[in-house]
Ligand binder design. Structure first.
Ligand code: ZN
Length: 313
């Protein structure tokens, strides 16, 4: 019996999957992320869950062949985790922590956004392509680059941080990263709401959104799809800056396909069409364009990507 595990560490839950040697998902589950005490229980919890599930499936410690894990944080090339704000871990080698709790099985580790990209590249929206850039539009904007099957996380762990490309010059508010005018400030779910509120204040154009309290990005997307002119003008701004960023990315890594994921991508094919138009308007060097596709794995992208790190070729 041979099992491979994919582990996707988030700030609230840790998602886990048990896979066979071919990469078929056999079962998945999640456990809470115990962030207290500097996250020192986290690796115990993960190891215990893996051992329990292995035993329940009729296996032994020897059945655990390898574990891949992703962490939301900056991971250096040598596997050193500098800091994960969301989880409370810092200054450790996650692979060593987990491996020594699991009879020294091989463990590989990567940044969550990059690993989600690897999952989508392997089994999701990027399948069948040689190169792919994932852009996740959620609370923030994340990104990951996969070229010829290899995740490009960079020498300092910030490769693929598309959300912090500065694209909106003149922005006065400060981004979480400390810069001003980052893509994340306008194209994340949070950014969409902020942009809408700004527009509602600065114009007196009628809009169904004026009636809504506790406005969400979904409200704005629904209204834009239903033909609300103000909502559509906000989405034009949102996708314009996304298109600018994608044009820049194309000029550097020139991927075959962009895959759009995250909560905002639930808006579906209409959103993809708007993004395609905005991207096309920002491509000058060649008539050939990267395709734009929806992500397909949803919350499972992390477990697929992390197990892919450790599966045999
Ligand atoms: Zn930023």
């Amino acid at each position: 019996m041979e099992f491979y595990y994919g582990v996707d560490m988030g700030g609230t839950t840790i998602k886990m999957g048990r896979f066979d040697r071919e990469g078929t998902l056999l079962e998945k589950w999640e456990i809470p992320t115990r962030k207290e005490d500097g996250g020192k229980h986290i690796f115990d919890d993960i190891a215990e869950a893996i051992l329990t599930r292995t035993a329940a499936a009729g296996g032994s410690v020897d059945s655990i062949k390898a574990v891949g894990i992703d962490i939301p944080g900056t991971i250096w090339e040598d596997g050193y985790l500098e800091l994960s704000v969301n989880v409370g871990l810092k200054d450790i080698y996650p692979t060593e922590e987990l491996s020594r709790r699991l009879n020294h099985v091989p463990v590989a580790c990567g940044n969550d956004a990059s690993i989600a990209a690897l999952g989508e590249y392997w089994k999701g929206g990027g399948a069948g392509h040689r190169s792919m850039v994932l852009i996740t539009l959620g609370t923030g904007v994340g990104g990951g680059i996969v070229l010829d099957g290899k995740v490009i996380a960079g020498a300092h762990g910030i490769g693929g941080e598309i959300g912090h490309l500065p694209v909106r010059f003149g922005e006065q508010e400060v981004c979480n990263c400390g810069n001003r005018g980052c893509l994340e400030q306008v194209s994340s779910a949070t950014g969409i709401v902020r942009e809408t509120k700004r527009t509602l204040v600065s114009s007196d154009q009628p809009s169904s959104l004026r009636e809504i309290r506790n406005l969400t990005a979904k409200d704005v997307l629904d209204a834009a799809k239903a033909g609300d002119a103000l909502a559509k003008s906000v989405m034009d701004t949102v996708t314009h800056y996304l298109g600018v960023a994608m044009g820049i990315v194309s000029n550097i890594v020139d991927p075959e396909v962009f895959v759009i994921g995250g909560g905002v991508s639930a808006a579906g094919q209409d959103l993809i069409e708007w993004i395609r138009e905005a991207y096309d308007a920002n491509m000058y060097m060649t008539k050939k364009r990267a395709d734009v596709q929806l992500a397909q794995l949803g919350n499972d992208a992390g477990i697929y990507g992390s197990v892919r790190l450790v599966l045999p070729e």
